[in-house]
Design a binder for this molecule. Structure first.
Ligand code: DX5
Ligand code: ZN
Length: 217
């Protein structure tokens, strides 16, 4: 399904209210829920791990899209499967054995994704495209929400060509808003992660702005 999907990142939501935030943003039209796991090592920020993902899971009706910004990945794959992740995305830069990592994610019953930092060329994932359901193109350097969008249209278009007729999503993560979204969709993206652009102006007690923000993207 190549229709454009919006995946709000709960990194921009109220950390004391993840369950209610997920339910609210889904009710307001979110397609997937994007969950950013950071370890303070692969990226210079710490969020939360598999226990929090497991706690959030019952509050999500649809797809739980877990983005791992951690290294190493392999020792934690089974835990994220148990936590109920539908999609588990690992960075190609996170270790020397991305091929093995993606196979292990599939073997645990999840849909594997591979993410590329802005400085990493499309060619870095050329030999794992048969193993993944999703390629995540970072349009910020990962670690924080609310950063300025970095134009990666060439990389997106290159990846769309490389993917060919495979059934693989291209997800864009970082700085997506109503101004930057049209260009990435035109280049070939079909899943748009957005944190600050979705959650701004709303709250669990006043979620209508979430819906307005989603529709504006
Ligand atoms: C960046 C995260 C993103 C990010 C998106 O490290 O992976 O998911 O928080 O947030 P915005 O949309 O605010 O750039
Ligand atoms: Zn993310």
């Amino acid at each position: 399904d190549r229709s454009v999907k919006i995946a709000p990142s709960i990194l921009a939501s109220d950390f004391a209210n993840f369950g209610a935030e997920c339910a609210a943003v889904e009710a307001q039209g979110a397609d997937w829920i994007h969950v950013d796991v950071m370890d303070g090592h692969f990226v210079p920020n710490i969020t939360f791990g598999p226990a929090t993902c497991a706690a959030i899971r019952p509050h999500i009706k649809g797809v739980m899209d877990v983005h791992l910004m951690i290294a190493p990945v392999d020792p934690y794959i089974a835990e994220f499967a148990k936590a109920g992740a539908d999609i588990l995305t690992a960075h190609v830069e996170a270790g020397p054995h991305i091929h093995r990592t993606l196979q292990a994610i599939r073997a645990e019953g999840m849909r594997p994704g591979v993410a590329l930092n802005p400085g990493t060329p499309a060619e870095a994932v050329a030999h794992v495209l048969d193993l993944v359901d999703l390629v995540c193109v970072m349009t910020v350097n990962p670690g924080f929400g609310g950063q300025k969008f970095i134009d990666m249209s060439d990389k997106i278009a290159t990846l769309r060509r490389m993917i060919g007729d495979r059934d693989v999503h291209i997800e864009i993560d970082g700085g997506v808003d109503p101004k930057t979204a049209p260009g990435v969709v035109k280049a070939g993206a079909d899943v748009l992660v957005a944190g600050s652009a979705v959650f701004k102006g709303g709250s669990v007690s006043d979620p209508a702005p979430y819906g307005q923000n989603i529709r504006a993207i």
